[in-house]
Design a protein. Structure first.
Length: 276
């Protein structure tokens, strides 16, 4: 049941913090954390999700790794189904995290029928992710944000099965990040606003930067190399690009209408460079 999280976490009922009982924690079953707390994971601590387990939390997270001693969320048997935070108006802060070897979340216990396309999900509120690595994620979206504000800086996403970063109805910034070896899109937003700056994209199977469903995207000082499609605007979206380099791509810029209920899209390119 509902309280199996107390097997792995201890609760401070005064501060409302939930912390790990051990520095190396192996979780082998579906773990649900109720709302009203803050989940705090400290530098050097490791969570190993095995046996198709997942963490579904209704409380926000504070992950405080350090450069010398990162926090890790891994799956030693490659069956882990990730971390999913449904936090309403709360805020999650993550720094210096290694998040790797996870799958998308599906749960068919009893009457529960949950399915999320992502390995790491945040729904609602605000999320900040910095100085972190997201590697070898075998889900439809590696990171999926929904109806939240976000700031993502200095993260590296490498070897994602499909989309690396997907945000729906969100407002955010992505800066100084690397997206490498993506099986589908690197960044895909719909119904939101995003500013991307000083990011590097390489070996992207589909689109490096994609804005859909009436989104606004601004791209500054980025480098896109070896992507099928570079910068895409669709369905009333407006994309502005500045001083961005696009090389070794099949198509650099493309705008189109995909869905009947929307309309055409626009791309404004200033001081960009394309080659090959």
């Amino acid at each position: 049941g509902e309280d199996n999280y107390t097997k792995y976490f201890k609760i401070d009922s005064i501060s409302k913090f939930i912390t790990l009982k051990q520095n190396h924690t192996t979780i082998d079953s579906f773990t649900e954390i109720p709302k009203g707390f803050t989940v705090q994971i400290s530098e050097g601590q490791i969570i190993d999700l095995i046996n198709y387990s997942t963490i579904l939390s209704y409380s926000p997270f504070r992950i405080n790794g350090t450069k010398e001693n990162k926090t890790s969320i891994i799956s030693s048997d490659s069956t882990g189904k990730g971390v999913h935070i449904i936090q309403n108006n709360d805020s999650t802060f993550i720094s210096n995290l290694n998040f790797e070897n996870q799958n998308s979340f599906s749960d068919f216990r009893g009457d529960a029928l949950w399915s999320l396309p992502s390995a790491f999900t945040v729904y609602g509120g605000y999320v900040s992710i910095s100085n972190s690595n997201f590697n070898n994620l075998k889900s439809e979206d590696a990171i999926n944000l929904f109806r939240c504000d976000y700031n993502i800086s200095n993260i590296k996403m490498d070897k994602t099965f499909s989309d690396a970063f997907d945000a729906d109805f969100c407002f955010g910034k992505i800066s100084d990040c690397q997206f490498i070896n993506c099986g589908n899109d690197a960044i895909d937003i719909s119904g939101g606003d995003l500013i991307i700056s000083n990011c590097y994209f390489s070996n992207i199977e589909d689109k490096a930067c994609s804005a859909g469903e009436n989104s606004k995207m601004k791209i500054y000082n980025c480098n896109i190399d070896s992507s099928s499609l570079g910068i895409i605007a669709k369905d009333l979206s407006i994309v502005e690009t500045f001083n961005t380099s696009i090389s070794n791509c099949d198509i650099a810029f493309c705008s189109f209408q995909k869905k009947g209920e929307f309309g055409p899209a626009k791309i404004y390119s200033t001081d960009d460079k394309t080659s090959n």
